[in-house]
Design a protein around this ligand. Sequence first.
Ligand code: GLN
Length: 456
Amino acid sequence: TEAHLQAAEASGALNAFVHHTPDIARAQAKAADDRIARGDAPAMCGIPIGVKDLFCTRGVPSQAGSRILQGFRPEYESTVTDKLFGAGAVMLGKLNMDEFAMGSSNETSTYGDVVNPWRAQGSDAKLTPGGSSGGSAAAVAARLCLGALGTDTGGSIRQPAAFTGTTGIKPTYGRCSRWGIVAFASSLDQAGPMTRSVRDAAIMLQAMSGHDPKDSTSADLPVPDFEAMLTGDVRGKVIGIPREYRMDGMPEEIDTLWQQGIDMLRDAGAEIRDISLPHTKYALPAYYVIAPAEASSNLARYDGVRFGHRAKLSQGDGITEMYEKTRAEGFGDEVQRRVMVGTYVLSAGFYDAYYNRARKVRTLIKRDFETVFAEGVDAILTPATPSAAFELGEMADADPIKMYLNDVFTVTVNLAGLPGVAVPTGQNDAGLPMGLQLIGRPFEEGALLDVAQSLE
Ligand code: GLN
């Protein structure tokens, strides 16, 4: 713990940590020592982790990377952090993220950009760690912590994992409680671990999972021993390769990586099968209707009264001015854009044309997956991202749609509620890490991680 606290405090150049919690870490480490001395050492006992700023942590600033939550210190602990602490984990601090988890490059945070610890060979340019869990990915990649908590609404665990050479799993919707996690799009949000290896991800996910009466969407199912399910044997497993994920203009290095992953699994004894997920091309537009719609509703609570920041008001300002000024100051550009899009697609005149249509598309996407799983496919292998990590500033300055295209391989998984894992599988010519995505059957995270191990 001391070594990690020191490393974390000396890592300012990465801007991964936004708040250090050394007192909590030392108290938890001491408690972990005592448990070990008593012979009661659960899996996460004494393991130093970082926590994405989206999780409410009791008495500790929890701002979701936003100015509007300035000064907010929750009086409660999220279920997931509570479970991890119960399993002996040690919190080093809170990690940077895109504001309200909206973004793919960690450039929308009120705390500023996170820097990827990786550099392309022969270049000093600073790269994005991906987003929105960019601080979590950078912290694990830079060895500042042994694991980190992330959240994934449309790819925010898997894309940053792919950009930093770390492993990240978004579990099945309902596997982990969302209670105490600042809500972005409630029907898509899930928490998950980001770690150095698949085995670590299995151990951490185990500690986070399980039914929670405080979240009515959490699944009342037993949590299997994920680590025990890592057999390393994929012989006979059927791996689907969806043809719709071979997109026009995909860089050759992504294609090569994908082929490399296919070869690795075939060599390990898996059966490779070409499959079709015909509605894939509608996923990104459907996601960018549903996610902003839910966000606009979830973010209505930031009114300048109940949480955090309130704008300075002038003589004569009423409650409307208070809302307007507070929200104009407190929310960044991307969040405001989402609130506007969300409000528009939910408005009476456009509800059927956009929101309802997106919900229908979502059902079709889910059915695509159900069909291939019913035909015996055990897992689906796809790229995780359309490129390796790009330069900071490169996309943030372009039009927002370019940034949204980063999520093209990941959003289908959230729309269908399935588990998806990003595993580092190779590197490009510039020496940057690249990851592939595996998608599994609902609530079969153990089997999914087992296949993922063959790609490490
Ligand atoms: N990049 C996507 C978005 O901006 C996904 C974010 C996430 O998964 N939290 O909405």
